[in-house]
Design a protein around this ligand. Sequence first.
Ligand code: CP3
Length: 356
Amino acid sequence: MNQPSNDTFLRALLRQPTDYTPVWLMRQAGRYLPEYCETRRRAGSFLQLCKSPALACEVTLQPLARYRLDAAILFSDILTVPDAMGLGLYFSEGEGPRFERPLREEWAIRDLEVPDPDGPLRYVMDAVAEIRRALADAVPLIGFAGSPFTLACYMVEGESGSEFRHIKTMIYERPDLVHRILSVNAEAVTRYLNAQIESGAQAVMLFDSWGGCLSDAAYREFSLAYIQRIMAGLIREKDGQRIPSIVFTKGGGLWLEDIAACGCDALGLDWTMDIGAARRRVGDRVALQGNLDPSVLLASPEAIVRETKAVLDSYGPSDTGHVFNLGHGISRLTPAEHVTVLVDTVHDYSRHLRGK
Ligand code: CP3
């Protein structure tokens, strides 16, 4: 397969020079777009949308038709993997994801198995292949998965908003059971991401959305160690092209240096830290992705321009190593036209900073 005609995103991740700073947004295909809501209605539900490769492809392309984004991200969810393990994923309106059979019993944890990416997850691989064909090498396609710990949070709690009480109790009472879940998850995610790469994903991102809820010692033992295991098992090159990997730990500011050493090419930053300070801490070991507060997009166009420039100024003069993004997913309340202001400001102002 060919290198995309716009490879700015891949080059920035690999710290090669670019003419401007590339930008994409976490959850760029989502409920802030009326056309997304329309396709989701046609699909019947969010899960049916994920499970239809044709419709997943349609919504992946929607934000690219509106904005000059520099990457596409597979439309799917991190919870497809535990769903394929048989936990029974469903979404109840307004309450987020839930599992019919949360993982609490020792026997169920012992019985947990790595799902075959070509079996119950085949629909994800079919979506990746279909999106690659539809993109026709215009921009690169990002594949993704949840981190073993973040998946375990949902698998054990079975619902959002439980303050992690089951998984945290298990960490302190039965760490052996948590390690068993994490080992299965790490193997499952490695195979899942490699299958996405084989199907056409040109970069991969690991979402560690809940690692930041752990103590310093527990983070290293129960989250970072398994991220490292995945990084060591990923396909690094396909058809002569490097496949860059991004690790995003929400609330991971404490551990930047350690995450930067886990084997990834880039670190995703949430909005709580200053990107320039982060850059000074990790040097040129990895690229950085982030980190505008998603709430900025709810404010006026003037505020969006000012805050976007502030992130670019803070990263500082350099012609590479920064992928602009939000510090977390875009809010469903974002006015769609505000995203145009953000994307155009990133492109124009970063060219200006490079003297182009
Ligand atoms: O970035 C993208 O555009 C790719 C698609 C994507 C989705 N979820 C689509 C989605 C990605 C990368 C994810 C990752 C994901 N899913 C994470 C990690 C990132 C993060 O936000 O921290 C997590 C924790 C999940 C689990 C999950 N799925 C949650 C908490 C929710 C929100 C529930 C809600 O009602 O807001 C989902 C649902 C979900 N995943 C939506 C989308 C567009 C909204 C579903 C809808 O249309 O109703």
